[in-house]
Design a protein around this ligand. Structure first.
Ligand code: ZN
Length: 1023
């Protein structure tokens, strides 16, 4: 006889497997979220603002896995804040200027691609490059936005900001005007890679390093004049011969002799040791004690040339030299010996020639010690200009990298200051277009006064919360160490620096009115191109004040550094109403490199212009590496395109987007949610890994969540939800589970508040494996077999409803696709927290759990006891192979609530959850919760005698205070109930129940006349 009709089987509202999604479905969800996002922005109810200010990614390529990580983190946190009732302002942004985009817009860059028919870059007018760069950026924005929509970013369909928009550019120009009026910008020299063959500064990306470059390296003698008064130098060194007849020389090695006229100091390594040695001509030189001599210590080229050094006359630490002075080889100037960490023992003589105009380290040393910065090299790469002294007139006009270098060596020889020369073959940067070597040359640039802002910025930083905690010191370190910020670039695609220059002196002629009127012009006409198209006179005439008239002016094509663009995004966000009531972003989330990038530039500019940081908290995530820990790189070939893991195609809204051909081994069955789960579980990890294995694992977690939520939906389908379900709780297991659920909700809140989506995922996994899963298994018997309206069954359903609500809400920020599907399948319209007039989306629900608010001691205790019982059960059965087999067999039986024919004997009085008096050990709540045939609690003494007795004990274990014996319920004194599938011992020896007979409990239920009630279950879907 089949008792199936008498059972209350779950009615499943969503399928086990995520159905294949049509483009229409994706489009419906996209619209739903666009509506929900827009609705909460205009909702009139008072809401606290949560402003997540988006650090703009570069609009220079296709969406990649770094975007996925960053945007999913941001989206998860903002979706959570929306559930918390905040008004979420999360406007996406894009960084549209800068070299990477400009290079993509240059035809020669893509010579290997399809644009080879285009004219060469040098022939392309700058405005053509600008147009192409803008079009390229637009295309990248469209593609990236489409991917962000595909991944379910809530605000991905709303308006965005971009650094090339006219309003943004106008705002930036006005900010520069303000910075200028505050005296926070200045013009100075900075060494940059300079190509005289292209007459332009080059960025690192435009350099090609050739290993076969040949230089004439020189060992130069610099006469030592005097030592520092407080230096503890040995006598031999101290006996220097004085200013007129210097006896000792510093022996300096350089591969760029042409920079020697610009020498301003000699640097020594602070921790190094030096020695005094004799040259063949009798003069004594200071070199590093470890220096092996000519031919071996320079760059490894050439032989010693027969020049041998004598044995060391004295050895001393670098301190003896620091503060000493020497005579400049080409003038009578007295120059200092300085300490610098960039001096090492593995190259040269340990004494480094410092020319601040021609080296980055030299420049920073120059800033630190206020060395004179003179440039005597013209844009054509020749000696000349105001920096070249009269004594060096014979160098004038000579090309530095070729004949000029030899001329400098000749001068040194005539002054008897050249000890030796060696040819050196080494790696050297070349202009990638002309194939000619480049030089480091100082040119006039604009700077933001970071030194003047540093202390204010550090003070402002004290008010910023930085997540995770381990990163708190890093940002301070970067701000404190930042030596200077050069805000000008010699490129064509960017925001023009609105300054004109005196035609004869080249000095800047700043006119505030010109900047402000030009900014208005940009905002009105939608373009800043007229700056590049008009002459200086025309610009002065059109925008400038009367003071500019009658002056002979020129302009430069300089544009702003892109960090100056993006560093002002907070100001544009403020005008758009995207920030909070204090004019700050609640949170910014970016990769670690933004400490020195966008986080820093935004902080400095905001402190300069408003006196406060632009954000209240920062969260930093790592950079994705592959599963072997290698960085993503095109040359390694391990770059991950997130779309390749997703089944099907991107949504059809942009028809020109090519369908994605899956190439990855793993296809995420759960679609974007699988990808999102990977990103969320990576969270703020230092080195988040990605690869087939981890993505498959993430997909598995989504699958488990889906299956669990589906089951919860099925179990509550007949729960009368019109009345409050709180009062229904009457079973200790249910009350205990609600306590565990309350703990879970609190842990999710803490995790989201710390921006730690990784912890959110871990909490979800832990809940399912340790509490929700075992609980569901434990209550199935009640749900299926008890009368539909029985208090025990309703109590379980009420707890499951709370579980459904809590897990769905906790899942919704991370896996919105799954949460929306569950939400739409609820037996009632929502969880009751969504405003009636709002779009039907789970993201507008309220994060409220009134039914979990009971935090009384008794309930908390029940929660702990329930967990203890779950652990007890798994520990008791863990060692039993027979049980494991029986359990897996039982799992295959579609109706069996996984109870097997075992009796548990629990020893002693410490058992947390005492059975009620007169409780039948076979049908009591302990047996039900522990899912076994019967549970008896016995005294410790009895337990020991039972253990010793000749009974068929399958396993025994000692769980702290509770001893457990597991015994098989022997088939000859038991039977399997055909209805509930439990194996139940006969009540007494005379009991005559056969294999087809109902257990006592089922018989009672059916006797109660309840069977007819269950007719409606007949159509229930089999699990
Ligand atoms: Zn039964």
């Amino acid at each position: 006889m089949s008792y199936r009709a008498s059972l209350n089987l779950p009615k499943f509202a969503i399928p086990v497997r995520r159905p294949a999604r049509s483009p229409e479905h994706a489009e419906r969800l996209r619209r739903l979220w666009a509506e929900a996002y827009a609705w909460q922005l205009r909702d009139g109810r008072p809401r606290q603002v949560f402003s997540l200010h988006d650090g703009p990614p570069y609009a220079n390529g296709k969406p990649h896995v770094g975007h996925a990580l960053n945007k999913v983190l941001k989206d998860s946190v903002s979706r959570y804040q929306l559930l918390r009732g905040r008004q979420v302002r999360f406007r996406l942004g894009w960084d549209c200027h800068g070299l990477p985009i400009e290079l993509k817009a240059k035809p020669t860059q893509s010579a290997a691609g399809s644009d080879s028919a285009e004219p060469a870059a040098d022939c392309s007018p700058a405005n053509q490059i600008r147009q192409r760069a803008r079009a390229f950026a637009d295309q990248c924005i469209a593609e990236q936005r489409l991917a962000f929509q595909h991944w379910g970013v809530l605000s991905a369909s709303a308006e965005h900001y971009e650094t090339k928009s006219p309003g943004y550019v106008a705002r930036q120009l006005l900010a520069f005007d303000r910075l200028h009026s505050l005296g926070l910008v200045y013009r100075s020299f900075l060494p940059v890679h300079w190509s005289d063959s292209s007459a332009t500064a080059l960025a690192e990306a435009e350099l090609v390093y050739r290993d076969d470059h040949r230089s004439d390296s020189a060992f130069v003698l610099m006469p030592l004049i005097r030592l520092s008064a407080d230096a503890s130098a040995p006598e031999a060194l101290r006996d220097s011969g004085g200013e007129q007849q210097p006896r000792h020389h510093l022996l300096v090695w350089t591969t760029t002799p042409w920079t020697l006229p610009a020498n301003a100091a000699v640097a020594v390594g602070p921790g190094m040791r030096y020695s005094l040695r004799r040259l063949p001509d009798g003069r004594t030189v200071v070199v590093a004690a470890s220096w092996p001599g000519f031919g071996g210590g320079g760059g490894g080229g050439g032989g010693g040339g027969g020049v041998e050094l004598g044995e060391p006359l004295a050895e001393f630490p670098a301190d003896a030299l620091i503060g000493a002075t020497y005579r400049h080889p080409f003038s009578n100037a007295e120059c200092p010996v300085l300490p610098s960490d960039h001096v090492t023992e593995d190259k040269g003589t340990g004494l480094v020639h410092v020319a601040p105009a021609h080296g980055r380290e030299d420049f920073q040393l120059g800033i630190k010690f206020k060395l004179p910065l003179v440039s005597m090299v013209t844009e054509a790469g020749r000696f000349g200009g105001p920096g070249l002294s009269e004594s060096l007139e014979e160098l004038n006009g000579r090309h530095c990298l070729t004949e000029g270098s030899g001329a400098v060596l000749d001068l040194l020889r005539r002054r008897s200051l050249l000890a030796h020369t060696e040819a050196l073959v080494h790696s050297y940067p070349y202009d990638w277009r002309t194939g000619r070597p480049v030089m480091l040359r100082a040119s006039s640039q604009w700077f933001l006064d970071t030194a003047g802002l540093r202390d204010r910025a550090l003070t402002a930083l004290d008010t910023v919360r930085i997540l995770p905690d381990r990163e708190a010191g890093a940002m301070r370190a970067f701000v404190a160490a930042r030596p200077y910020w050069c805000i000008s670039r010699q490129r064509v695609h960017g925001v023009p620096i609105p300054v004109l220059y005196d035609e004869s002196t080249g000095d800047p002629v700043y006119d505030s009115q010109l900047t402000r009127r030009f900014a208005e012009h940009v905002a009105e006409t939608g373009s800043a191109d007229s700056w590049f198209e008009l002459s200086a006179d025309q610009l002065a005439e059109k925008f400038g004040s009367s003071e500019l008239r009658h002056r002979r002016l020129k302009k430069s094509g300089d544009i702003f550094d892109i960090w100056m663009d993006s560093g002002l995004s907070w100001a544009v966000a403020g005008e758009a109403g995207d920030l909070d009531a204090d004019g700050q972003a609640s949170l910014c989330v970016e990769g670690q490199d933004q400490f020195r990038g966008w986080f820093s530039s935004s902080l400095l500019l905001s402190v300069a212009l408003t006196g406060r940081p632009p954000y209240k908290s920062l969260a930093v995530h790592g950079f994705t590496v592959d599963e072997t820990g290698r960085k993503m790189s095109k040359s390694v070939g391990n770059v991950v395109d997130p779309e390749q893991y997703l089944p099907g195609h991107l949504p059809h809204c942009l028809p020109q987007y090519p369908p994605v051909q899956p190439t990855a081994q793993v296809i995420l069955r759960h679609g974007p949610d699988g990808l999102r789960y990977w990103a969320a579980s990576a969270g703020l990890a230092v080195r988040p890994e990605i690869g087939d294995r981890l993505l498959a694992a993430a997909d598995g977690h989504v699958k488990r969540l889906r299956s669990h939520l589906r089951f919860l939906l099925g179990c509550v389908s007949d729960l009368p939800l019109s009345e409050t379900v709180r009062t229904a709780i009457c079973h200790p297991a249910d009350a205990g589970y609600l306590a565990l659920l309350a703990d879970f909700v609190r842990s999710i809140e803490a995790a989201f508040d710390a921006c730690d989506t990784g912890a959110v995922c871990r909490q979800l996994e832990q809940l399912l494996s340790q509490a929700a899963g075992p609980y569901l298994a434990a209550v199935k018997h009640r749900l299926y077999c008890f009368p539909a309206d029985s208090p025990d069954r309703r109590s379980a359903q009420a707890a499951l409803w709370q579980s459904l609500r809590a897990i769905t809400m906790a899942t919704a920020p991370v896996l919105p696709h799954l949460a929306e599907e569950v939400y739409a399948a609820l037996p009632v319209d929502g969880f009751g927290g969504r405003p009636a007039e709002s779009p039907t989306s789970v993201c507008l629900e309220a994060w409220q759990f009134p039914d979990l608010s009971d935090s009384s001691d008794s309930r908390t205790l029940l929660g702990r006891q329930l967990l203890a019982l779950f652990r007890l059960r798994s520990a008791a059965f863990a060692g039993s192979d027979e049980f494991a087999q029986a359990a897996s067999a039982a799992a295959r039986l579609s109706l069996a609530p996984l109870s097997a024919g075992w009796e548990l004997l629990l020893a002693n009085d410490a058992l947390p959850w005492r059975p009620e008096a007169k409780e039948d050990p076979r049908f009591g709540r302990l047996a039900e919760t522990l899912r076994c045939s019967s549970v008896r609690v016995v005294r410790a003494t009895e337990f020991e005698s039972l253990r010793a007795a000749d009974r068929r004990v399958l396993t025994d274990c000692d769980l702290g205070d509770v001893g457990v014996l597991v015994e098989e319920v022997r088939p000859d004194v038991s039977s399997d109930c055909p209805r509930c599938r439990r194996r139940v011992a006969k009540a007494s020896a005379g009991d005559t129940c056969g294999d087809d007979e109902l257990c006592q409990q089922c018989a009672d239920f059916l006797l109660d006349g309840w069977a007819s009630d269950a007719e409606s279950s007949e159509t229930a879907t089999r699990r």
